[in-house]
Write a protein that binds this ligand. Structure first.
Ligand SMILES: Nc1ncnc2c1ncn2[C@@H]1O[C@H](COP(=O)(O)OP(=O)(O)OP(=O)(O)O)[C@@H](O)[C@H]1O
Ligand SMILES: [Mg+2]
Length: 258
């Protein structure tokens, strides 16, 4: 049984099929790349899988359980976590605060606990902080000393790492990365590729779906690549397979001609 599977997953926005009958599977421990021209439906696909958009047709399954109609926080609690194409960090908060925000839907204490059981709440938050700093240290241990710095003063690559750390808290089964190298220079992109390998080494069972325009990343990071064009899956295979596929070449060159 696939860890995450979609069957004919589709969404229609005012007549446009932004995701069109996509059959997709990923197993434990796999990294799958998602490529396609701008507007081909990659982000929308992740938005449906993570519950932000509701599919018009088709289904998504996590470990055999139908998750198509669940709400985003329920899907997150079941183990699908993500980062976004543009930063979702609060730049005027500290690194530590941004990390704790990521645990919000997993915080198992009530409003009354905060008033009457402050010690219990302190202990829970302390445990979350420990876990998040531990994950952050996989990528850059010096960030632990900067945990009370405002996020806006942290370098771009490290801000990406904070977002990824936030997504990794609570050990998700599936991590969805939407263009993690966007805005990074070549050297930082290499560092991000190493970071993704670190995630795989440290959390061996985790499955990762990564959307990327940088073909260097696609050549080296995922073991399989799925190609979208106009909402549909048009190819799937190794980097070599898909980059030699006439339908893929046509989708990219056709897109450039328009
Ligand atoms: N909420 C929405 N309402 C209407 N149309 C939408 C919505 N979200 C996405 N779309 C449309 O769906 C299509 C797919 O967009 P999407 O953002 O998924 O593309 P993408 O492959 O992620 O592109 P990029 O590489 O530029 O990030 C586009 O035509 C977009 O305009
Ligand atoms: Mg996108």
């Amino acid at each position: 049984m696939a860890l995450l599977k979609t069957t004919e997953l589709s969404i229609n926005f005012g007549g446009l099929w932004a995701v069109d009958k996509v059959d997709f599977e990923i197993e434990n421990g796999q990294i799958v790349g998602l490529i396609g021209p701008n507007g081909s439906g990659k982000t929308t696909f992740l938005n449906i899988v993570s519950g932000i958009y509701k599919a018009t047709h088709g289904s998504a399954w996590l470990e055999g359980e139908d998750i198509t109609r669940l709400r985003p926080y329920q899907i997150f609690q079941k183990g699908i976590s993500r980062t976004y194409q543009s930063s979702r960090l609060c730049w005027d908060l500290s690194v530590a605060d941004n990390l704790l925000i990521g645990t919000y839907t997993k915080q198992n204490y009530s409003f009354f606990d905060t008033l009457f059981k402050p010690k219990k709440v302190d202990n829970i938050l302390f445990d979350y902080m420990e876990e998040s700093l531990d994950i952050l240290s996989y990528f850059n241990p010096s960030l632990i000393d900067r945990r009370y710095d405002l996020t806006k003063n942290i370098p771009h690559i490290d801000r990406r790492r904070i977002e990824i750390t936030r997504a990794l808290m609570g050990k998700p089964k599936v991590l969805l990365l939407d263009e993690p190298t966007a805005g990074l220079n070549d050297e930082e992109t290499m560092t991000m590729m190493d970071d993704i390998r670190i995630i795989k080494d440290k959390m061996q069972d985790i499955a990762i779906i990564i959307i990327e325009h940088d073909m260097k990343v696609m050549e080296h990071v995922p073991e399989r690549i799925v190609v979208f064009n106009a909402g549909a899956k048009i190819a799937e295979g190794t980097y070599k397979d898909v980059t030699n596929d006439p339908a893929v070449i046509d989708a990219y060159i056709g897109g450039k001609d328009e």
